[in-house]
Design a protein around this ligand. Structure first.
Ligand code: PMP
Length: 304
């Protein structure tokens, strides 16, 4: 069971989470005409009266960009202000996950984006680890990631997540923890809610934007950190067979952070993950605001 935070932002105000209810005829529920974000908030280990939000600006920009696909103008700075107020209102004392959502709130039958009301809501829940941090087993999904020519993949549109849901359930019901999806070209794309990196001969490799991936914020952070650590990074297409012979493979995302992969299908990967471990250590320190070079990535919110 989830422990939801006491207050939600709903219809332009903060109200108790249990009172935030929508109609069964809500357009977004029927047509997936919604888009979401996802951020972690962690209590500052040095100051429990402060919650640290990682790359708040980027998360708000991406949600604002997603909203455009729904024909809804929601400026990033407006989202930012509401998310800060959301944290101040809820005063969490444990790590949390914040879920902002823009959606077609009108009641209507035809699938469309024009002439239908939109709204913005936020709720949150307590959240620790999303995947086992010591490593997971992955299946290659029989489901393929959508193509950008038929789906706005640069937005986190809710409808797209049917593919993630199918892939995740297929993986778990066949004894794996997570699924790796290929794109329509048969190249490695991403997992159900995470981007993917592999390491081969000391080089960090990840699919580029032309591979139909989500523009992940953790992915961007890792590429930046790797450059500082002098780890060579290459954004390029990855073949499925490279996964099986990689020296290291990891998944990354706001929820999953950096999660090493131990096995893919019937291929066991090497036990030691020196580059993954190095990146993970650095990213953890940055998210805890302990790295002076990355203070501008961390937004400390005073909750008292
Ligand atoms: N891919 C997909 C499909 C996702 O849902 C997510 C989670 N938002 C990611 C990748 C990772 O993105 P981020 O690092 O911005 O959380």
């Amino acid at each position: 069971m989830h422990n939801f935070l006491p207050f939600a932002y709903f219809q332009n105000q903060f109200i108790p989470f249990d009172d935030a209810k929508i109609s069964i005829a809500t357009h977004a529920l029927h047509y997936g005409t919604a888009a979401f974000g996802g951020l972690r908030g962690i209590p500052n280990p040095e100051n429990p009266k402060q919650i640290l939000l990682f790359r708040l600006d980027r998360h708000c920009q991406r949600l604002s960009q997603s909203a455009k696909f729904l024909h809804y103008q929601l400026p990033a700075d407006k989202i930012e202000g509401i998310l800060i107020d959301f944290v101040k209102k809820n005063k969490p004392t444990v790590p949390i996950y914040i879920r902002p959502l823009v959606y077609s709130s009108g009641l209507g039958i035809a699938p469309r984006l024009h002439n239908i009301d939109k709204d913005f809501l936020v709720y949150g829940l307590e959240m620790g680890e999303y995947l086992a941090s010591d490593g997971i087993n992955c299946r290659i999904s029989s489901w393929y990631r959508q193509e950008d020519r038929s789906f706005p993949l640069r937005g986190k549109i809710t409808a797209a997540y049917i593919t993630s849901a199918l892939a995740k359930t297929e993986a778990v019901e066949s004894g794996f923890d997570e699924a790796i999806l290929m794109n329509s070209q048969g190249k490695v794309c991403e997992a159900t809610g995470m981007n993917i990196f592999i390491v081969r001969n000391g080089q960090l490799i990840t699919p580029g934007f032309e591979q139909d991936i989500l523009e992940g914020i953790t992915r961007h952070s890792i590429i930046t950190i790797a450059q500082e650590l002098n780890i060579p990074v290459k954004e390029r297409a990855i073949d499925k067979t490279e996964l099986f012979i990689a020296d290291e493979v990891f998944l990354c995302g706001t929820a999953a952070k950096i999660t090493p992969v131990k096995r893919i299908e019937n291929y066991t990967l090497p036990e030691s993950n020196p580059i993954t471990d190095q990146l993970k250590e650095k990213l953890t320190a940055i998210t805890l605001n302990q790295d002076p070079n990355y203070k501008d990535w961390v937004y400390p919110i005073d909750i008292d």
